[in-house]
Design a protein around this ligand. Structure first.
Ligand code: ARJ
Length: 417
């Protein structure tokens, strides 16, 4: 068996969605055209662990057309789109993913993707890499390198590097500007609102909207919520980020104080226990709580369960917790990333750049991995510029170029007043 998914009959539905994504991912399609001919990933076996969405399908099928053998799992139990998984399986791609997996099934799926002894790995959150390091370290012998998609994963990998635990080189795709400046900010901004709306269909205008964490993701969410007419409050632990939020026009306060007045709460911190018992105890009747960070640790759901006397699913991805005093709190998508569990994740247009960076980084690793140390590397500026230029060109924009004189002026210091 080369796949385990929910239902292969969903393949046609999934295929149409993938075609839609393709029509919005011009950079990927351009690179696909080139790499289908040149086959730069010939001979590579790539194990991937990343949300199974229509955009990911475009990446996976491009890797195959570029010559790689691929085996895939999802990186979150609630983010797999079963129709997309079916379309990939129907296209002979080895995939082990379905919506609503248990933790045990989740790791089983990752392990299945390791059976063909990968030469490259692709992660979102570092679960696959961590699995190799903790359970199957011998597999690292065959692995040239790996890539990481997201902030949380890069943090984990840098910690592993610091502890001298990394067994092969990693490229931090997340940290390149054509990834985080678009995906993390505009992607998360839009898709988080999308997830909240699909689970609630509330009016955002006029609501007090609390964003925990003013990093790249939180900034995007705050901006979009504000654009829809919400009153945005930001909570932070970093004074510089907090200051930035105030100068953007947002109110900044402690979570305990925000808890009393918020209508909607979104966590985007990467940290655990951002919303806990002391906050639930203060929240208004009807408050909506969700998370858009990679792991489901930001909202302490155990605390919510302890406080609740009744719980029911009111809408898809929307659970009502009734507290002793009658207040009702609404938890979306079980505290898992609301944009992928309750909506479709970021729009194709931004994933176009993130995944072009994934694709080019894997090719780079194939060609140069042998010379790299067991460290976390950044994407080269050259690759980042290549992705940006391609995207801009395919969007139909042209920009100016510096003249020779201007370059001299830029590099000199003697021309002043
Ligand atoms: C696949 C997605 C999508 C999508 O790039 C984003 C990131 O850093 C991840 C954190 O887990 C999620 C990932 N992401 C967002 N939207 N991956 N398809 N449509």
């Amino acid at each position: 068996m080369t796949y385990k998914i929910k239902n292969i009959n969903l393949a046609e539905e999934g295929r149409k969605k993938i075609e839609w994504a393709e029509s919005r991912m011009p950079v990927m399609m351009k690179l696909r055209e080139e790499f289908s001919k040149t086959k730069p990933l010939e001979g590579m076996r790539i194990a991937g662990c990343l949300h199974v969405t229509k955009e990911t399908a475009v990446l996976v099928e491009t890797l195959v057309l570029a010559g790689a053998e691929v085996s895939w799992s999802g990186c979150n139990p609630l983010s797999t789109k079963d129709d997309i998984a079916a379309a990939l399986a129907a296209n002979d791609i080895s995939i082990f993913a379905w919506h609503g997996m248990t933790t045990e099934e989740f790791y089983w799926a990752i392990d299945k993707t390791l059976e063909f002894k990968p030469t490259l790995t692709l992660d979102d959150g570092a679960d696959l890499i961590f699995r190799i390091h903790s359970e199957f370290p011998h597999l690292a012998e065959n692995i040239i390198g790996g890539t990481e998609e997201t902030t949380t994963g890069v943090h984990r990998l840098r910690a592993m590097e610091k502890a001298n635990k990394l067994l092969y080189p990693i490229i931090a795709v997340n940290d390149t500007p054509t990834k985080w400046q678009f995906d993390n900010v505009y992607g998360t901004g839009q898709s988080t609102i999308d997830g909240i709306l699909r689970a609630t269909n509330i009016l955002i205008a006029g609501k007090t909207f609390v964003v925990a964490g003013y990093g790249h993701c939180g900034r995007g969410v705050a901006k979009r919520a504000s654009g829809l007419g919400a009153n945005v409050i930001v909570t932070e632990v970093d004074p510089v980020e907090a200051l930035k939020a105030t100068l953007e026009g947002f109110r900044v306060m402690k979570m305990v104080d925000a808890a009393e007045i918020g209508d909607i709460f979104v966590t985007a911190t990467g940290m655990k226990d951002v919303i806990t018992k002391e906050h639930f105890e203060k929240m208004k009747d009807g408050a909506i709580i969700c998370n858009t960070g990679h792991y489901d640790v930001e909202i302490n759901i155990n605390h919510l369960e302890e406080l609740a006397v009744e719980k029911r699913e009111l809408r898809i991805n929307n659970e009502e917790y009734k507290l002793k005093d009658g207040r009702r709190l609404y938890l979306l998508a079980k505290g898992r990333l609301v944009n992928l569990a309750s909506a479709e994740g970021h729009p194709s247009e931004v994933m176009d750049m993130s995944f072009a960076n994934q694709l080019l980084s894997l090719i780079y690793l194939k060609e140069n991995g042998g010379n790299l140390k067991k460290k976390v590397y950044d994407v080269s500026e050259e690759q980042d510029k290549r992705v940006a230029s391609l995207k801009l060109k395919l969007m139909g924009y042209e920009i100016d170029e510096l003249t020779e004189e201007q370059k001299q002026y830029r590099d000199a210091f003697f021309e002043g007043t």
